[in-house]
Design a protein around this ligand. Structure first.
Ligand SMILES: Nc1ncnc2c1ncn2[C@@H]1O[C@H](COP(=O)(O)OP(=O)(O)OP(=O)(O)O)[C@@H](O)[C@H]1O
Ligand SMILES: [Mg+2]
Length: 427
């Protein structure tokens, strides 16, 4: 058992590339912590620094209360599972799994017993005498997992161990990993860019972007109360509805979010109203997940939007509706990029930094165009001004129907235009 503390940890790769920026995070003893974020955000780098495979440029790493920056990898009592869990090709499955124990000069009968027991749990008993080359991808991944677990280290580090498996195998192994790791009670840091994996496995999720920690909390906290618009949009199984609205307080009677053709009203008694009213006269971004919206009858008098059903989409377990209602969709604001100056300078004005900035300003222009569309509601169907609504297992609407959508105000999230949360998260 072990706790992991990262204190303002920074990694700069040769060539002055900032991969991780002053990241502070803690995994408690026995906790299953998931690192989630888009490709290139620094997840593997962080994991490799914990393992000791990569130097820490600045900041401190504490393992079990001991400063570990300069501790050799073998003295960290850490087992790591890599994405393409490389196995020793000339050893059998048994030989692969036994290897870490043999190195530690464990008693051979104990090794045998432990490998047998683990292979039963991982359902690879019948492969014990085979070589890795004759196994399926899923079996190889189980062996890699077994080899990591066999020694019962203090800390598991897993870098996308399931990402090269098919969906069915991923689901199955996900449950096995969860059960196994929890039964052993070993602290685990697990890297993925799959949000379903993160939500289902984690005790807590830490979300990263461009080397910076964006949010950390239990899956429910991050899903229901994300710290920023980026986090809300990233942790979303369907696309997040995000739209600009002007804050008004008509005759000081209530707080209104004015989308142009539609308005939503929050009473002063709502705990979020005061914080939102501080932005009176200004635009804010309003986020609503598709499951915070529901089809309601025409007579419904609660908070709602109305529009026309542009398209229906079947997802097997549910239907999604795309509703044209004259509210322009806003682009998700990207958090500040600490790499922009530093790494952008390297690639020059025509480099990636410049490209991203140009794309972003093009997106802003499109956003402004859409505002026009919003103001002239009904002037035409615009692909990006759809509100996505989750309909459940029955498509209550048909394409072209006039439709009314009830809004669950408790699920409303309000952000500044740069994506910071305004209404105080309830955590
Ligand atoms: N040895 C290295 N030298 C220079 N830059 C590197 C090195 N390793 C990684 N990087 C860069 O650092 C950034 C973070 O890489 P990292 O592998 O940690 O990302 P990641 O979040 O694990 O991404 P993915 O989900 O694609 O695996 C990337 O931009 C990558 O190109
Ligand atoms: Mg990686």
């Amino acid at each position: 058992m072990s706790s992991v503390v990262l204190d303002k940890v920074t990694k700069v790769y040769p060539g002055d590339y900032l991969a991780v920026d002053r990241l502070s995070l803690r995994a408690e003893d026995g906790e299953f912590l998931v690192l989630l974020g888009p490709s290139g955000c620094g997840k593997s780098t962080l994991l490799r620094m914990i393992a000791g495979l990569e130097d820490i440029t600045q900041g401190d790493l504490w393992l079990d209360g001991q400063l570990a920056n300069d501790l050799a990898p073998r003295d960290r009592d850490v087992a790591m599972v890599f994405q393409n869990g490389a196995l020793y090709p000339h050893r059998t499955v048994r030989g692969n799994m036994a290897f870490p124990l043999e190195i530690a000069k464990s008693d051979p009968s104990l090794v045998r017993e432990r490998v047998n027991e683990l292979s039963r749990v991982l359902q690879i008993e019948e492969t014990l005498d085979r070589r890795p080359g004759t196994l399926s991808g899923g079996q190889r991944q189980r062996v890699a997992m077994g080899r990591a677990i066999v020694r019962q280290p203090k800390l598991f580090l897993m870098d996308e161990p399931l990402s090269n498996l098919d969906a069915g195998m991923r689901t199955e192994l996900r449950m096995e990993i969860s059960a196994l790791v929890r039964s052993l009670g070993v602290t685990t840091v697990y890297v993925t860019h799959d949000q379903v994996e993160a939500l289902t496995l984690a005790d807590r999720i830490a979300i990263m972007n461009r080397g910076v920690l964006q949010d950390v909390g239990t899956p429910a906290q991050i899903y229901n109360d994300p710290a920023t618009a980026f986090v809300a949009a990233f942790l979303n199984s369907q696309q997040l509805n995000l739209a600009a609205a002007t804050v008004r307080t008509p005759q000081n009677q209530y707080v209104m979010l004015d989308f142009g053709p539609h308005q939503l009203v929050l009473p002063w008694s709502d705990p979020r109203s005061y914080a939102i009213s501080q932005h009176v006269g200004n635009q804010v971004l309003v986020g609503l997940r598709p499951d915070g919206l529901a089809a309601v009858p025409e007579s419904y008098e609660g908070p709602s939007f109305y529009g026309r059903v542009r398209a229906l989409e079947y997802h097997g377990h549910e239907w999604l509706a795309y509703l044209e209602c004259g509210i322009p969709a806003a682009p998700v604001p990207e958090p500040p990029d600490p790499r922009a100056n530093r790494n952008g300078r390297k690639s020059g004005p025509g480099g990636l930094g410049g490209l991203v900035r140009r794309l972003f300003s093009a997106q802003q222009e499109e956003f402004q165009d859409q505002e026009q569309v919003g103001q002239n509601a009904g002037s035409g169907i615009h692909r990006r001004s759809d509100l996505i609504v989750r309909l459940g297992s029955r498509p209550v609407w048909r394409t072209g129907d006039a439709a009314k959508v009830g809004v669950d105000l408790a699920r409303l999230m309000v952000f500044t235009l740069d994506g910071s949360r305004i209404d105080p998260p309830r955590r």
